[in-house]
Design a protein around this ligand. Structure first.
Ligand SMILES: Nc1ncnc2c1ncn2[C@@H]1O[C@H](COP(=O)(O)OP(=O)(O)OP(=O)(O)O)[C@@H](O)[C@H]1O
Length: 290
C-alpha cells in the first residue's frame, strides 16, 4: 500500500480545468487529512462535480497537482481504485439484480484488495434489510439512494466521495444516513451538497467554491468569523414585524428600546447560521468578481 505523503488523503494544488476556451476551475488548492469529513459547497455551476470527478480519476485535468491517497488519480491503478468509494447519482443498469445479491457480487470484486463488507451487515447498516431480496428497479427513490451509498462503501474505502448523497431522502432517511456517515469513523469523506444543515452537521471542514475558485475553507465557526457582524435582529413594533441585519446588534437593540420603549413587544437577535454565512460569502465573491 502506498504511504500517504505528509498524512494527507487529498492534496490538491493549483488545479485548473478548461472546457474549450472556458476555465471552470482556477487554481483550486485544498487538502484533507485522514478521517476528515469535508463538504464542498457552491452555487450551481461552481465546479464541484468537476473537482470531484478529477479527484475520482474520471476526468483529466488541464493543469495542477492532484494527489489522492498518495497517488495521481489520472495514473492510478486497480489497487488504488479499490481504496476509493464513489457514490454516483444512481446506477441505472442493475434493475434486475436483487439488493443483497448485487452487494455480495460487488463485495466479491474487492477480495484481494480490501476487506469488503459482509452483504447482510451492509444491507442492515443502510437500512435495507426489508428490501434485501427485492429487485433494484422496484426500490423507491430514497431506498435507491441508500443502495447507492451501500455500493460506494462495500469495499470499506479509505476515502469516500459523496456527490449530493441525500437528494430525495425523507427526513428520517436523511438522519439515518448522517448517522451512517458519522459511523464510518476512519474513512475520509468528500461530500458535495446544497443542504447547508447537512454540511454543518457532518463536515469537519467546509470548502466553498464559486465560479471555479475557492472563496473560503475552514470550520463553520471559522467561516462565520470571515463575515463580520451579520446578526439578524427581529422585533415587533405596534403589532408589525421588522427584520434588520446589522454589525452592531447590541447597540441597535439598545437604540430601539430607547426610542420606542414598551412599544417593542418582541425582540430576537439571531447569530448568523452557516446558510447566512454561505450566502454572504458567495455574494461578496460575486461582487468583487464583477
Ligand atoms: N463536459 C463539459 N463541457 C463543457 N462545460 C462543462 C462540462 N462539464 C461541466 N461544464 C461546465 O463547468 C462548470 C462547472 O460545472 P460542475 O458540474 O462542476 O458544477 P457544480 O458545482 O457541480 O454544479 P451543480 O451544483 O449545478 O451540480 C459549469 O459552468 C458547467 O456548465
Amino acid at each position: 500500500m502506498v504511504k500517504i505523503k505528509d498524512g494527507l488523503v487529498l492534496d490538491v494544488e493549483g488545479l485548473r480545468m478548461r472546457y474549450g476556451a472556458t476555465d471552470v476551475l482556477h487554481d483550486v488548492t485544498f487538502q484533507a487529512r485522514p478521517g476528515e469529513v469535508l463538504a464542498l459547497l457552491g452555487p450551481n455551476g461552481a465546479g464541484k462535480t468537476t473537482t470531484i470527478e478529477v479527484l475520482e480519476g474520471f476526468r483529466a485535468r488541464s493543469a495542477g497537482r492532484v494527489e489522492v491517497l498518495g497517488e495521481d488519480p489520472a495514473r492510478a491503478d486497480e489497487s488504488w481504485r479499490a481504496r476509493v468509494g464513489v457514490v454516483l447519482q444512481s446506477w441505472r443498469d442493475h434493475g434486475k439484480w436483487r439488493v443483497r445479491e448485487l452487494l455480495a457480487h460487488l463485495g466479491s470484486c474487492y477480495t484481494g484488495y480490501t476487506e469488503p463488507w459482509d452483504a447482510d451487515e451492509l444491507v442492515a447498516a443502510v437500512g435495507l434489510t426489508a428490501q434485501a431480496n427485492q429487485k433494484i428497479r422496484t426500490l423507491s427513490g430514497g431506498q435507491r439512494r441508500r443502495l447507492d451509498v451501500a455500493i460506494g462503501i462495500v469495499g470499506r474505502p479509505e476515502l469516500l466521495f459523496l456527490d449530493e448523497p441525500t437528494v430525495g431522502f425523507d427526513p428520517e432517511a436523511r438522519r439515518e444516513f448522517h448517522g451512517l456517515v458519522r459511523a464510518l469513523g476512519d474513512t475520509t469523506v468528500l461530500l458535495t451538497t446544497h443542504d447547508l444543515h447537512e454540511a454543518e452537521s457532518l463536515a469537519d471542514r467546509i470548502v466553498v467554491l464559486d465560479g471555479g475558485r475557492i472563496i473560503a475553507d475552514g470550520t463553520a465557526d471559522e467561516l462565520a468569523k470571515l463575515i463580520v457582524g451579520e446578526d439578524e435582529v427581529r422585533w415587533t413594533h405596534d403589532g408589525r414585524r421588522f427584520t434588520r441585519s446589522t454589525t452592531e446588534s447590541t447597540r441597535f437593540a439598545f437604540d430601539l428600546f430607547r426610542e420606542h420603549g414598551d412599544e417593542i413587544t418582541e425582540l430576537e437577535v439571531r447569530r448568523s447560521s452557516l446558510e447566512d454565512t454561505y450566502i454572504a460569502l458567495v455574494r461578496r465573491a460575486e461582487e468583487t468578481s464583477r
